[in-house]
Design a binder for this molecule. Structure first.
Ligand SMILES: *[C@@H]1O[C@H](CO)[C@@H](O)[C@H](O)[C@H]1NC(C)=O
Ligand SMILES: *[C@@H]1O[C@H](CO)[C@@H](O)[C@H](O)[C@H]1NC(C)=O
Ligand SMILES: *[C@@H]1O[C@H](CO)[C@@H](O)[C@H](O)[C@H]1NC(C)=O
Ligand SMILES: *[C@@H]1O[C@H](CO)[C@@H](O)[C@H](O)[C@H]1NC(C)=O
Length: 463
């Protein structure tokens, strides 16, 4: 944890620096610092670089340009319709080969590119600077037949990269949302069968030391931004938005990803605001506004009897509004592994269904059979959770496994009132053990005392 805190401290320092610095040199210095940390531990610059840092390679010349690779110099047209894929690929190839390069997609242009994998390894300190608009082709009919329809922008095997800018990623998702295979989009509100793949807008895969900041990301055909197999991710000052009824448009999805900070961002969409899948640990979420959305979720975990491990997740100072869930842990029956060390703190709810929910019976249909194994949920705290709930569901719901109880749940300063209508003073608890530190509103009396599982019973669920 010490190391992680240290990392976050550096990230925060670096981020403050980036935000206060309008020139690109700041970023290149950050990355030089990263590099010198690895390769030359003797010459570490201070964590807070001076406001106007001299160029280390060129003392006295503070106006020297970093290597900028402007996509328009590589033939990108940016008129909103021309396919600029080749220009972006060439610019990437050139930028990737140089240390601290900037791939620039300038403002006042609207670029269209097809599904592309930007792969590394690249030289460290790469900045992908999007100041204009970047879009995929408009809907499934325009999607090239040979391209994957599961992903659009992919960053693969990249270490030490920043994706930033004042620009917008416009996902053109509308025609994907309306496919008749999406929920209730078929004739007369039916859902037609068949594969219904739609592209995730941005995917980081097997990459490390990433910063994503400042961008506006909207109308994704499916998940807006997804990280799998990554380590060291800082997400800052993002605005993600899609309509409330756009299917499966999760804001940020993490899977098998460690050491993540998500700060100061706004997310409005039609599915989970942030979702945290298996294999994630040390995730810190602070100052995030969600809504409309399906809230901040850990899970779903343990599908098809799989092992799932999630630990050390903190969500602080969040505002969740007009959402189907607030903060949620969801697991399928039959899984193994554990969810442990989860803190939800200082969360303001506004008209939210299921403000606080642990659901170990997660199931798409009604037909999931009861199983004895479950992902073990323990050491979860809910502190200072206040605001209003939508009375269609009880504001607190703990549905733990029959055979594997949830343990060490802490509730403190939970005060939830109906947004309108009658109070549902009927929190649900099933097989949940823990402590009520202060009386809650509505009152909850069903948390049980004690530690129901023996050491050897617990050890089955170790990760
Ligand atoms: C600064 O460096 C750049 C590129 O290295 C050069 O073109 C420019 O003339 C230099 N300016 C001064 C004032 O030395
Ligand atoms: C969250 O917001 C508060 C108030 O604006 C600010 O002081 C704090 O630094 C922010 N946290 C992060 C991690 O940026
Ligand atoms: C599964 O278990 C729950 C809780 O004990 C019970 O209410 C439900 O009827 C069971 N379902 C089946 C299909 O046996
Ligand atoms: C209960 O969980 C808290 C974190 O919410 C942790 O600090 C504490 O050590 C746990 N207690 C036990 C007895 O495991």
């Amino acid at each position: 944890m010490e190391l992680i805190h240290g990392l976050f401290f550096i990230w925060v320092a670096v981020t403050i620096f980036i935000l206060n610095s309008s020139n690109v040199e700041g970023r290149t210095h950050f990355h030089k610092k990263q590099k010198s940390n690895k390769e030359n531990p003797v010459s570490q610059p201070p964590p807070y670089p001076p406001a106007n840092p001299p160029d280390q390679n060129d003392p006295g010349n503070s106006s020297s340009d970093p290597c900028i690779f402007d996509v328009t110099s590589f033939g990108a047209v940016g008129d909103g319709s021309t396919d600029d894929t080749d220009a972006f690929r060439s610019a990437w190839k050139a930028a990737c080969a140089v240390e601290s390069a900037v791939l620039l997609a300038p403002s006042d242009y609207s670029f269209t590119i097809t599904s592309t994998i930007f792969s590394g390894p690249c030289n460290p300190g790469l900045v992908f600077q999007l100041d204009g608009v970047l879009m995929p082709p408009d809907g499934p009919d325009c999607w090239p037949k040979g391209d994957s329809n599961k992903q659009w922008l992919v960053f693969y095997r990249i270490d030490d990269m920043t994706f930033t800018g004042s620009g917008t990623i416009e996902g053109n998702g509308e025609k994907w949302w309306e496919l008749p295979c999406k929920p209730h989009r078929g004739p007369q509100g039916t859902t037609l069968p068949g594969p219904c793949d739609s592209p995730a807008l941005i995917r980081f895969f097997m990459s490390s030391n990433l910063v994503v900041s400042g961008l506006r990301i909207q109308n994704s055909p499916q998940i807006h931004m997804k990280f799998d197999g990554c380590e060291g991710v800082l997400i800052e000052e993002l605005s993600i938005s899609s309509p409330k009824l756009s299917p499966n448009t999760d804001g940020i999805h993490l899977e098998n990803t460690k050491s993540v900070g998500i700060y100061n961002s706004m997310i409005a969409n039609g599915d989970d605001c942030v979702s945290i899948g298996t294999g994630c640990s040390n995730v810190d979420i602070e100052n995030v506004t969600c809504g409309p959305s399906h809230g901040i979720s850990i899970g779903s975990l343990g599908v098809h009897n799989s092992q799932a491990c999630v630990s050390n997740i903190a969500v602080r100072n969040a505002f969740i509004k007009d959402s189907d869930n607030g903060v949620r842990i969801k697991t399928w029956q039959g899984g193994t592994g554990s969810v442990t060390g989860i803190a939800f703190e200082n969360i303001q709810m506004d008209n939210v269904r299921n403000c606080i929910i642990i659901d170990q019976y997660y199931c798409f249909s009604k037909g999931c059979r009861n199983q004895t194994s479950a992902v073990f949920v323990t050491d979860v705290s809910f502190r200072n959770i206040k605001g209003t709930y939508d009375v269609r569901s009880p504001p607190m719901h703990f549905a733990c496994s029959d055979t594997v109880p949830c343990t060490n749940i802490t509730l403190s300063e939970v005060e939830l009132l109906p947004a309108e209508g009658e109070m549902v003073d009927d929190p649900f608890c099933w097989n949940a053990y823990g402590t009520l530190e202060t009386l809650s509103i509505p009152p909850i009396t069903c948390l049980q005392d004690g530690e129901p599982l023996s050491y050897s019973e617990r050890s089955i669920y170790d990760c």
